[in-house]
Design a binder for this molecule. Structure first.
Ligand code: ATP
Ligand code: MG
Length: 432
């Protein structure tokens, strides 16, 4: 395969005809987050590898199999971010955001990199929208974050995503659960994949989200964490349910959700659909009360989510969700000869300063070819400037859909006035 004309496997171009959809989804997500008090944070694409080893966890699939890690020219181990939370939390800590008003509420749009087997909804470079709320322990915080994810789906017209909810407890109650899991898997150790055999000692919960079919089958009969959580964790979980009930947000408790990253505590949740094939989790999130401490900060309870934008767009397509129409080209100002070209450029500049999409010739085309191009652009209006027009100081501005024309002085203000004040009906009248 030609290296120069084929992008690396698992990457995707967003072409000009599609980028408006991305802008719409991204802006809608940021605007919705704003209504909940979240402001955008931007962080680097790569971080020290150690950050992900520590936070995502070195027994996870992400760290063990999927990271793009390399030595830079200064011999530092660098990793292209496989997810957004670790870098955002690092930035919150490094920039002392926690010494301001609490909770800290940030949103982010990031590209992420994971060396996975590419398929529909699973890429090696993909994009996430996410939020983090740091400093709030109450279940009200979890509920607000979940409500925000749902509000983004609502704003985009996405329907029918199921919210699945679980609690995976805190480090205290998890010790009991780990023991129960170890006992269970220890009696099936020959059936586990080699990676999971290692996980059995270090982190048995990771076996529950192994993608290996035999491990997945075994995991189905494993003890569930919800049966092992302590009173405090249970009360937190019940509190979250009361919050969601109060907001009318429907959910199902799914005791098998554990999430693929190590930093989660207590609440974990997913928004899932069956409509886009096997990769049905559009959004995953939860609480990570130990993460900031793990990175060297003071204990800071935090909660957040990340949604995959490729999967979100797949769902929107599948459901026929509406996207806003791109505004069409307002006017094409054609020209013949250099003097007329200069005037056309000047008029276009004036129109653009007022927010109109205005085009002029950059190809040295004939009048006929220019009009054909104006047609292709879908321009609402057009005119051609030549010697006559320059001498008389006026152009015949044509309304493209019905061919009616009006005389307009060759001044930017006159063009602006014309486009502002001549509604289609008025132009139609003056053309008679
Ligand atoms: P999965 O179980 O599908 O592998 P995950 O648990 O690894 O997902 P997270 O790390 O929670 O995913 O990331 C949050 C969201 O990012 C996912 O719900 C999904 O929408 C999206 N996502 C994750 N990995 C990919 C990928 N390789 N390609 C496209 N989107 C992805
Ligand atoms: Mg994954």
């Amino acid at each position: 395969m030609a290296i120069l004309t084929n992008a690396p496997r698992g990457t995707q171009d967003v072409l000009p005809g599609q980028s408006g959809r991305w802008q719409y989804v991204e802006q809608t997500a940021l605007d919705t987050a704003r209504l909940f008090g979240f402001s955008e944070i931007r962080v680097p694409t790569f971080e020290h590898t150690e950050l992900f080893n520590r936070s995502v966890g070195d027994t996870t699939d992400v760290v063990q199999k999927e990271m793009y890690t390399f030595l830079d020219k200064g011999n530092r181990s660098i990793t292209l971010r496989p997810e957004g939370t670790a870098g955002v939390m690092r930035a919150i800590l490094q920039n002392s955001l926690l010494s301001g008003a609490l909770p800290v509420k940030v949103s982010y749009l990031v590209n992420c990199f994971r060396y996975e087997k590419p398929q529909a909804g699973r890429l090696r470079e993909f994009h996430q929208f996410g939020v983090e709320m740091a400093g709030a322990a109450s279940p009200a915080a979890d509920a607000q974050v979940i409500a925000l994810a749902k509000a983004v789906f609502d704003a985009l017209g996405i329907q029918g995503l199921a919210l699945e909810l679980n609690s995976i407890g805190c480090p205290t109650c998890r010790a009991d659960y780990h023991r129960a899991l170890k006992d269970y898997f220890a009696s099936h150790v020959e059936e586990l994949c080699p990676t999971c055999r290692e996980r059995l000692e270090k982190n048995p919960m990771r076996i529950l989200d192994c993608k290996n079919p035999e491990c997945a089958q075994l995991a189905k009969g494993a003890p569930v964490v919800l049966d092992y959580i302590c009173d405090d964790c249970r009360e937190h979980f019940e509190g979250l349910k009361r919050q969601l009930d109060a907001m009318g947000i429907a959910y199902q408790v799914n005791p098998t959700i554990v999430r693929g990253l190590d930093y989660y505590t207590r609440t974990v949740f997913e928004f899932v659909t069956t409509g886009i094939g096997a990769q049905g989790t559009v959004c995953g999130g939860g609480r990570y009360d130990g993460l900031i401490q793990m990175l060297g900060g003071a204990p800071t309870p935090s909660v957040g989510f990340a949604m995959g934008l490729e999967r979100l767009l797949l769902v929107m397509d599948q459901q026929g969700c509406p996207f806003p129409e791109q505004a069409p080209c307002t006017i094409y100002i054609g020209s013949l000869g250099e003097q007329a070209g200069l005037k056309a450029a000047q008029l276009c500049a004036g129109l653009r300063a007022e927010g109109f999409w205005a085009e002029c010739d950059t190809m040295g085309r004939s009048a006929k070819a220019q009009m054909k191009y104006a047609d292709k652009l879908g321009a609402k209006f057009s005119c051609i400037l030549g010697e006559n027009e320059l001498n008389q100081g006026v152009a015949q501005v044509k309304r493209m859909d019905n061919g009616s024309t009006a005389q307009v002085a060759l001044e930017p203000e006159a063009f602006v006035q014309h486009l502002y004040h001549n509604t289609f009906e008025e132009i139609a009248e003056t053309a008679l």
